[in-house]
Design a protein around this ligand. Sequence first.
Ligand SMILES: [Zn+2]
Length: 104
Amino acid sequence: MKHLLSREVLNYTIDGCFVGDIINFNEIIAVKTMREVLANDDSFCHCDTCIEDTYALAMNSLPSRYIQVTSEDKYTQSEDYIDDQKVRESIIKAMEQVRAAPNH
Ligand SMILES: [Zn+2]
């Protein structure tokens, strides 16, 4: 069953313009960083619930940074840029929260 909030179900087209490729840049960094952090931490539970909770907590603790694919260079050189280290810190903090009170 497809969930109502599934990306497969949402229609991102506005007046013929597809905006689904405008993404929160922090999501890309968070996914990549979480893979790295989890690969090096066997003590953290790797079940879907704990991974989803960690990702959601980390993303909610970071301001969103929606950009067009063509604006990556402009964004990464701007004052608003949130670097990998800040995203990593948010993930580590979220993991600590999940570890202390897992929902699985
Ligand atoms: Zn778990």
